[in-house]
Design a protein around this ligand. Sequence first.
Ligand SMILES: O=c1[nH]cnc2c1ncn2[C@@H]1O[C@H](CO)[C@@H](O)[C@H]1O
Length: 363
Amino acid sequence: MAELPPQAEAFNKPKVELHVHLDGAIRVQTILDVAKRRGIHLPATTVEEMKQKIILHEPGTLTSFLEKFEEYMHVIAGDREAIKRIAYEFVEDKAKEGVIYVEVRYSPHLLANTKVDPVPWNQKEGDVSPDEVVRLVNEGLSEGGRAFKIKARSILCCMRHMPNWSMEVLELCKKYRHDGVVAIDLAGDESLNCKAYPNHRMAYEEAVRCGIHRTVHAGEVGPATVVREAVEVLKAERVGHGYSTLEDHALYKQLLDQNMHFEMCPVSSKYTGACNSDFSKHPIIRFRQDKANYSLNTDDPLIFNSTLQLDYSTAHKYMGFTEEEFKRLNIKSAESSFLPEEEKAELLDRLHEAYELIQSTAF
Ligand SMILES: O=c1[nH]cnc2c1ncn2[C@@H]1O[C@H](CO)[C@@H](O)[C@H]1O
């Protein structure tokens, strides 16, 4: 495999990112600034110290990873200026990484402090509802999109351990479907409860009925049965992670045949303990060999101290990814995006042009 010169990007061309959590992609400086303004005490005062608290240094478990959000979510949640700011800065960071289209996800409930039961992060009840969170994030994303000339859309997350929020999430997806929100997701700890609660199921059935796009975190640390449930019961159109699909050969073949999109996050999968930390044995290699439909994504770059470049260079260095494969997977990502058809076609045109590919090139 060709070695890259130091500092060189593995793929220095326009990219599409489909799986990244807004609340896992906040700048550390912003957390410090907002804490100072709000008079919230943090156990660290410098970016470096705060990073040490937040970053996962060793591969762990999904559960221990999810606990990291407790270090800082109380700083941002319930604060209008902070919520809008993280969305705006997120777009700037993605533009710098060469991303031209991104779908960013978050739980409106986890950033609210009223009309949410229970109020998260031990916050006092305030006046920022999940609905207002969505409006604030939309503002930040669209202002950022205009300023940095990229397109950012959002996906609203249901949380596995909070089934009573799911119908509200679906209602928000419906309300804002023409204002930046493109899909519903189910996130959280699939290792604690694998079966989707009836409320999640009801929300997803309603999403199907209303034509709301659907993705589901499945087969990240859970078994292939969670992936099967995601596609068969929740009617997911994309699978978040999905590594364990490989354990069920029939399911894997079926999903390959269906052109199912898998949102893969290599660096994340090491630190959450989802996959063997030896990247040369990573399930993505099999997906690549089989020319599956997948994207490469950061997931939670704040907590993994990572960038999209790191995911690409990891794929290049340890998994044998070539420039041609990077192009192919970005085209697949654009095709599998939740944009309306016309906007999808525009995005595909831009990629074909940037990659110097003829439009009809079939991968
Ligand atoms: O890799 C992941 N797997 C499952 N859930 C996740 C992952 N990363 C983040 N979240 C969860 O999704 C919420 C909304 O963005 C985050 O607050 C976190 O709890």
